[in-house]
Design a protein around this ligand. Sequence first.
Ligand code: B12
Ligand code: SF4
Length: 425
Amino acid sequence: MALMKPAIAFITPPFFWASLPLPGLGYLMDRAQNLGFETRLFDLNLRYYKILGAMKKDWTVNRDYIQPGSMEALHNQAPFVLEELYSELSQGHYAYFAISLFKGNFHFADPLSKELKTRFPQVKILWGGPQLFTLYSQHKDFGSFSYVDHFVVGEGEKALEKVLSEEGERIHLFEQEKDLQDFPRYQGIDLKAYPRKGCLPIVGSRGCVNHCRFCAEKHLFKGYRFRQAEDILSEMEFHRTNNNIGHFIFYDSLFNGHLKNLEAMCQGIIRRNLKCTWEAQIAVNNRMNGDLMELMKAAGCVNLFIGLESGSDAVLQKMNKAFSVNEASLFLRQLSQAALQFEISIISAFPGEEIHHHQETLDFLRHHKKFIAKIAQVSSYQEYPGTESGPAQEEAVAVQRLKEIRTLLINEKIPFTPSYIDNLV
Ligand code: B12
Ligand code: SF4
């Protein structure tokens, strides 16, 4: 009988959005399984989310936990969660603990890793996830995290393969997938445990063709790569058939980065009679014509998220957005004509935004209110590591502008979710 390879525990500490499984982990677990490793997911984020019912409403917007002490605070509320984790881990034959880090869970993931190293010194600890780029910008050699064995900045599949084959370096930087044909099958993940039923995330591309100054995308994925329409369709069909999934949320940062591929995907959904709905994040792009928009609608698109960010040309230029206010206006009208529902986001008080620029944004919202189904998010500008927009404006200015936008939305009856106003972390 072949000897079983050692197991990997994938651990996701809180806080982050708990509604759906993380596709990034789906990819990594599949890769490890293909190499013959046993994998198990310990979604601590989901475990706490389910237990701490009273906090659910605040789960994605509560900032108290995005600071040192978050592990102790959650532990004090539900001490058995970590006790169970330690007990389950001690019953397995784990060789690796693979931990995903985000800004929102760093202050849990870090002390947890330290504790795990103390309890299981023989198990190698791997860190990956978007927060690794931030940590890399701050501590190039990761010297202060002696309890972590491997650090993976950027995509994880290749680095994980190397680590598992014992050829892994201590630090892996931007080792990207060339071929994005694969898709996560989520084997070993209980999809029914997630709050949002009948729905899965899907990733059709990585990276972005644009270079907005405030955006960290270019530091997560180098260059834009998209999956062929047929591969995306195979993924949708697989989950439609095997997991009864009827709705897909594309997690691409730029879903409309390759219009021919987008068209082929929509045609394929209709041709294969997939009978599903989907939503995605797109950028203003006037090369998308009315026919393509109507095709998207016919192929099941029920919502789009658009990063408009400002209604001022001067600010759009400062942001290095790839469109003008007039182009955005035309684009939103065309989407509306094609009966495609969309939500937009605004970044207020961007560095260099003057009071008359802010006024232009208010005017834009007022003039386009009948087209905009909803405001997805309004936030004052936050500086991200590695981005080049400059320091945020004075807090009093940012607070005042947000207040004015909120008042306008209320007065003009433009729908918005209050917790998504100023919720950037
Ligand atoms: C879809 C999305 C969302 C969705 C769903 C989020 C979710 N948690 O599932 C929604 C809309 C809810 C959302 C909300 C927010 N998001 Co968001 N989101 C994304 C987005 C666009 C896609 C994520 C994704 O699936 N990518 C595709 C997969 C393949 O990549 P991946 O997850 O990074 O996984 C790869 C690697 O990171 C690595 N990896 C991951 N884990 C591990 C573990 C190990 C051990 C290893 C070796 C490797 C590894 O390998 C994976 C495969 O290659 C990313 C940007 C991006 N393009 O990735 C931002 C992103 C993750 N979001 C971000 C932020 C800031 C937020 C918000 C906090 C925004 C806000 N309101 O302030 C909220 C937070 C909500 C919350 N509490 O979770 C940041 C996170 C920055 C950080 N340092 O943590 C990102 C990176 C965008 C950015 N600013 O650059 N988001
Ligand atoms: S279009 Fe979106 S993902 Fe691309 S650089 Fe701009 S903000 Fe980032």
